[in-house]
Ligand binder design. Structure first.
Ligand code: C5P
Length: 292
């Protein structure tokens, strides 16, 4: 028996840090939304109880360092599952990019194994389990658009934002999320995003207000470490993007565009600089899709 699950990327429309916590994490407030750039996770039942993983990208770890592998091990142990699984990840989302690719693979694995192993868990239960794997996993379990608080695991579902085009561009630099958070001086943050205004923009499906409410406090940290990220932002703005922001801890930058005619201009301008450029749309649905 085999099932395939889609694992979509996310972007941050806002990312605010409110405080550093005693446990080393940061108290955050983030508006996130899934987009139609996705990995595919194939799960094949193994009767011998083993958990194995293959990935289309050879540089992706195939052991416990991989969030999807961790998800399978956690589920098997927690629910004392006798069976195993062979996992294959068809990687389409750039790795270490600020797009939650690894977290989304883990979330897809939780959703898929819930079916394959017939565990009958609710989506909320899967999200709680996901929080043990990584801060972005609970959001990825639900997908859609949401406000994430706490470490990222406290989720409030939001409506679908105004329809628009999104151009993603990832410069060829690797960004370590712990390094970016480690270089953030919480007391010195001056660019807190207007989160409440973003919530209004989404509720009213107001594209212009959404563009004016974009903000990410990690952006300045990553920009100072990687000047290429700033160059890409500037290129998007000068090519006519309506709104531009770095996603997560970066280095991927996205442009929001309402008019289709502008999409090609921005795409072509970016392709001169970076290889990884994608034109995507936001996903409306609030739960991940199981393909078969
Ligand atoms: O939860 P996850 O393993 O994805 O987080 C990766 C790293 O990002 C953490 O080890 C921590 O350094 C940082 N982080 C943080 N505050 C958060 C989420 C992540 O400091 N809310």
């Amino acid at each position: 028996m085999r099932i395939s699950v889609k694992a979509p990327a996310k972007i941050n429309l806002t990312l605010d840090v409110l405080a550093k916590r005693p446990d080393g994490y940061h108290e955050v407030e983030m508006v996130m939304t899934t987009v139609d750039l996705a990995d595919r996770v194939d799960l094949t039942l193994r009767e011998d109880g083993e958990i194995t993983l293959d990935c289309s990208a050879s540089f992706v770890p195939d052991d416990i360092r991989n969030h999807a592998y961790k998800a399978a091990v956690l589920m098997k142990e927690r629910y004392q599952v006798r069976q195993g699984v062979h996992m294959y990840i068809d990687k389409q989302i750039p790795v270490a990019a600020g797009l939650a690719g690894g977290s989304s693979d883990a979330a897809a694995t939780l959703r898929g194994l819930n079916q394959l192993w017939k565990l009958g868990l609710t989506t909320d239960e899967l999200a709680v389990l996901g929080a043990e794997i990584g801060s972005d996993v609970p959001f990825c379990v639900y997908g859609g658009t949401a406000l994430a608080k706490g470490r990222g695991e406290r989720i409030t579902h939001l409506g679908t934002p105004a329809p628009c085009w999104i151009i993603l561009a990832k410069p060829p630099v690797g960004v370590s999320t712990p390094d970016v958070y480690g270089n953030l001086r919480v007391q010195e943050i001056t660019n807190h995003p207007p989160t409440k205004q973003m919530l209004q923009a989404i509720e009213r499906q107001d594209f212009s207000l959404m563009c004016h409410s974009l903000g990410n406090v990690l952006e300045n940290v990553t920009l100072s470490m990687h000047p290429q990220v700033r160059q890409i932002k500037e290129l998007m703005i000068s090519s006519g993007a309506d709104g531009v922001l770095m996603s997560g801890s970066g280095p991927t930058v996205f442009a929001l565009v309402q008019k289709e005619a502008k999409v090609h201009r921005i795409y072509n301008a970016l392709r001169g600089f970076v290889k990884d450029v994608y034109v995507v749309r936001m996903l409306g649905a609030s739960e991940g899709e199981v393909l078969a």
